[in-house]
Design a protein around this ligand. Sequence first.
Ligand SMILES: [Zn+2]
Ligand SMILES: [Zn+2]
Length: 218
Amino acid sequence: MFFLFNQFIFLSRDIHLYLLHNRLIMCSTINPDRTINFKGRTKECLICLGGNEVCYTEKCRGCKGDQKVLRKGGKYKCLTCEGKGYIHLETPKVIGICKKCNGTQEAPLTAYDNVSEEEKVWIFENLFNFDKPYEKPHSEFNEGYLGIGIVCGVTDYGAYLSMTLEEFKKEVRNNFLKGFNQYVSIINKEDGKLPLEILIRKGKSGWNAYPIYEKSKN
Ligand SMILES: [Zn+2]
Ligand SMILES: [Zn+2]
């Protein structure tokens, strides 16, 4: 058995080689102290259109935004905009350069974004430990219905129990890789570090993976 997940070799300043179970896993965005490197990393800006700030509505020309028009001596609901005061544009109107990304179409990656696939592979290979069960008390409600405090999990009413260990590992890997995990849901809020290891609790109704932090309170 190998427990080498805290050992790493520096290949260059940005690429760390990790040794685990006789395999080498690389991840350029996880620092040797298990913090995530967000510096200089970007994601697609989701609020603009091609770097431009656009507007999808226009002030109604019929009522000039008043929602009502004068008709037969009284004020009635504007029929052009159905009383909304604005109309939807078929083609969005460019009103300037996107203030969020400055026209670059890229926004800084934050702790609220989804953990990258490369990082997930690294986390799975280095932190998931199938040799040790999670044995702390838990709340079925939180796990099953809210997913609080868990990294991933499945409610399959025990179907997984008929799997071999290799099949089960593959199932956990697939589930973790395809799931949505914000960085904040995995890293320790106190020190920003990834867990020391991730343990699986196997129950009758399914399984859940729990992060174990350095100074774990749970
Ligand atoms: Zn109108
Ligand atoms: Zn933008």
